[in-house]
Design a protein around this ligand. Structure first.
Ligand SMILES: C[S@@+](CC[C@H](N)C(=O)[O-])C[C@H]1O[C@@H](n2cnc3c(N)ncnc32)[C@H](O)[C@@H]1O
Length: 463
């Protein structure tokens, strides 16, 4: 109710028809009826017959006498029901909803068959928006948006991952082509019993046709990002000068099957035919915790995980191609913390991200590290990926995201930052920071705002 009132305090919208495609007890429809000048036509779809009946009776008792009500029992994503809604009511001025959330990843673990979601039917009915990871709620957003008149508004409560996930990218793309995001309200973490962070998304339809050049479903993470938005001039990206990869699941299994506990640590040298295996659990700000912290690989706890050269030579060439000097980065931390494997001897285990400078790039690994470790890269990734991490404070990024990080334009300052970067690892942070600010030419006021966000995240004592 508060969400709806808050919106109508800010925006004016002429509302006659309101729809909820997963109406439940009808509380959102009722809130709309209370807040908006009527009379309204309230329309809901509810899958559960008993809930639909309660919703019908309850709303009939509590809504304005002059409003109309139609509650349908059925699947709000069923194309037939939706065609019927369009014929009977034409377009809607307002579509509200807190639809069910359910990622395909979880369906086979807990839900397949038990909650009636037929994923193959959904894929078939909505081929254009379906990705391997499309959450059920994203289908409801797409469907809701499709029912809006031009100028109409849709308010949906969705998991925060809707803003950046690949699974919702096609839905974001449709909305960007035919409408706009008005605002995104972060909801309190305990807003729902489910342990999923949520937002309320407000979008307006501005056209029947796709009028804007279609983006590739760029992230909407900026709506909830806490770091300042950086206006950087066009520049090369990491992917232009380096290969960025996190390997593939089958490579993980190949290596995991061959990992052993080193017999005689810490003497593990590549020229003796052994390679240290690094996992996400080893990586942080400082030297990898290999040998200091046991990690689990393939169900086993290992303190000194190694893989032999002989085993590697029987694997895919992609694994051996990683045995060159490179950066390795854990994909889910509070900032980007690269570590340089100067010898090119460690084997990073998926999903650890490796950054390999192309031979022709003229880039040293310390230059790449200086750029990727910077507050600029962390803020860029927060805006690009906000909402996809398990914890609200962590940044979760893929190899593709790292490839998109912009590189500094001021080469002289960048080289300085590259020289100063190793000293930072020893605690001397400020000379590096001054150099990297110059390298990216960030304005002083934006820079101090950026540091206010970034410094608490690196969680280390610095001079
Ligand atoms: C979180 S509740 C919605 C609450 C509702 N918006 C309100 O204001 O009271 C979700 C509801 O969606 C219904 N539901 C789940 N999947 C559905 C579907 N495919 N079509 C229609 N309703 C569905 C559930 O039965 C449940 O009542």
């Amino acid at each position: 109710m508060r969400l709806i009132t808050g919106f109508f305090d800010e925006y004016t919208l002429d509302v006659h028809r309101v729809l909820d495609l997963a109406a439940g007890a009808g509380s959102l429809l009722l809130a709309a009826d209370r807040v908006l000048p009527g009379p309204l036509t309230l329309v809901g779809v509810e899958q559960d017959a008993m809930v639909a009946e309660c919703c019908r009776n309850d709303l009939a008792d509590r809504m304005h006498a002059s409003s109309d009500l139609a509650i349908f029992q059925g699947d709000g994503l069923d194309p037939e029901i939706n065609t019927r809604l369009s014929h009977q009511f034409d377009r809607f001025d307002l579509v509200v909803g807190n639809p069910p959330f359910l990622s395909p990843r979880l369906r086979s673990l807990r839900y397949e068959g038990s909650n009636g979601v037929e994923w193959s039917k959904l894929r078939h009915s909505y081929p254009d928006i379906t990705r391997a990871t499309t959450d059920l709620s994203a289908y409801f957003v797409a469907r809701a948006f499709g029912h809006l008149r031009v100028g109409g508004v849709c308010a949906m409560i969705v998991p925060i991952s809707f803003l950046s996930s690949d699974g919702a990218s096609q839905v974001r793309r449709v909305i960007e082509g035919q409408g706009e995001v008005l605002k995104v309200d972060r909801l309190p973490d305990d807003a729902f019993a489910a342990s999923v962070a949520t937002v309320c998304l407000w979008v307006r339809r501005s056209s029947e046709q796709t009028t804007r050049p279609n983006s590739d479903g760029m992230s909407w993470g900026s709506w909830i990002a806490e770091s300042p938005r950086l206006e950087l001039p066009p520049s090369l990206r990491v992917k232009d000068l380096a290969r960025v990869t996190a390997g593939f699941r089958d490579e993980f299994y190949q290596v995991a099957a061959q990992v052993e506990e080193a017999d005689n640590p810490p003497v593990v040298l590549a020229d003796q035919g052994w390679h240290r295996v690094l996992t996400v659990g080893h990586l942080g700000w400082r030297e990898p915790l290999w040998g200091h912290r046991p990690v689990r690989i393939g169900g086993r706890a290992l303190l000194h995980p190694v893989v032999s050269s002989a085993a590697l030579s029987s694997m895919k060439s992609a694994m051996r191609a990683l045995l060159i000097p490179k950066l390795v980065i854990a994909p889910q931390k509070r900032v980007v913390a690269p570590w340089i494997d100067y010898e090119g001897s460690v084997v990073p285990l998926t999903p650890v991200i490796s950054v390999l400078a192309a031979d022709s790039s003229g880039l040293s690994l310390s230059l790449l590290a200086a750029a990727l470790a910077s507050p600029v890269a962390a803020a860029f990734l927060e805006h690009r990926c906000a909402g996809t991490a398990l914890s609200a404070k962590a940044l979760k990024f893929s190899a593709r995201d790292v490839g998109e990080v912009p590189l500094p334009l001021n080469r002289e300052a960048w080289e300085r930052a590259g020289h100063l970067w190793p000293a930072w690892r020893a605690g001397r942070l400020w000379p590096y920071l001054d150099a990297i600010r110059d390298a990216y030419s960030v304005e002083t006021s934006v820079w101090s705002e950026l540091l206010d966000w970034w410094l608490p995240r690196i969680g280390q004592v610095v001079e």
